[in-house]
Design a binder for this molecule. Structure first.
Ligand code: FMN
Length: 229
């Protein structure tokens, strides 16, 4: 896919990419994207974010250990989180939106039957090789104070994903990485004062993969905006 030229195009073409080509992304390119993402606003310009960028052997080694940890757990233990990215039980209307998202991804794009838990598990495992992306990024923020820093981290994350579109690259934000935050901490130099926010897969999309046809919808503006005049 061609690089996008406008912010509107970047917003409209960004989506969570779950199949990447092995085509490499240069360190200079990644540094430039990070430089752009760091232009994000942050509370009092505190810039509480840090990133850990893995490619090549470093990414492969991390992936091996993450897959191993995932295999041992087989999903029957509760995750351990640096912060709580999702509730144990989603209230409405989020529960229904989440169900629709899951159906359109697993049953729709991937053709997995609703009862195919093994197929879903296999797909979930792909998070841990960053869906084949050549670049894996782990985003952390200072935990002191945490709540404001998480807002700043969200801005950084979105800016990074949009900047990637400017280079014809795609991304997938991945909270699933923090299910194995201890593995990440063993591999990376993450200060105790930082929490792991999420991973980000970065690379060129494999447009021919069936999952690349998956696109999500949004609620209309009138469902979330209240205008006063
Ligand atoms: C903080 C955050 C964490 C996410 N974690 C994952 C993840 O672990 N694995 C995944 O496949 N998608 C993950 N997603 C992607 C969401 O499922 C996706 O953004 C949502 O369904 C909307 O689709 P879109 O990004 O394609 O527009 C995450 C998104 C965000 C913002």
């Amino acid at each position: 896919m061609q690089p996008v030229a406008t912010i509107e195009e970047a917003l409209l073409t960004r989506h969570s990419c779950r199949a990447f080509l092995s085509r490499p992304v240069s360190r200079e390119q990644v540094e430039r994207l990070l430089e752009l993402a760091a232009r994000s606003a942050s509370n009092s310009n505190s810039q509480p974010w840090q990133v850990h960028v893995l490619t090549g052997a470093a990414k492969r080694t991390l992936t091996e250990e993450l897959l191993c940890a995932h295999e041992i757990r087989r999903g029957d233990e509760p995750g351990e989180f640096d912060y709580q990215p999702r509730p144990d039980g989603w209230p409405e209307p989020f529960r229904s939106r989440r169900r629709r998202f899951g159906e359109s991804l697993y049953q729709g794009a991937l053709g997995l039957a609703a009862e195919d838990t093994e197929g879903r598990r296999r797909q979930h495992r792909r998070n841990y090789d960053f869906f084949g992306a050549p670049v894996a990024i782990i985003l952390t923020v200072s935990s002191d104070p945490l709540q404001g820093a998480l807002v700043d981290a969200g801005l950084f994350l979105q800016a990074l994903m949009l900047a990637a579109r400017g280079d014809g690259l795609h991304t997938c934000p991945q909270a699933s990485l923090i299910d194995f935050h201890q593995v990440l901490r063993r591999h990376l130099t993450i200060p105790d004062t930082h929490v792991i926010v999420c991973g980000v897969a970065l690379g060129y999309a494999d447009e021919l993969h069936p999952v690349s046809a998956h696109h999500t919808t949004r609620e209309p503006v009138e469902s979330f905006a209240t205008f006063y005049s």
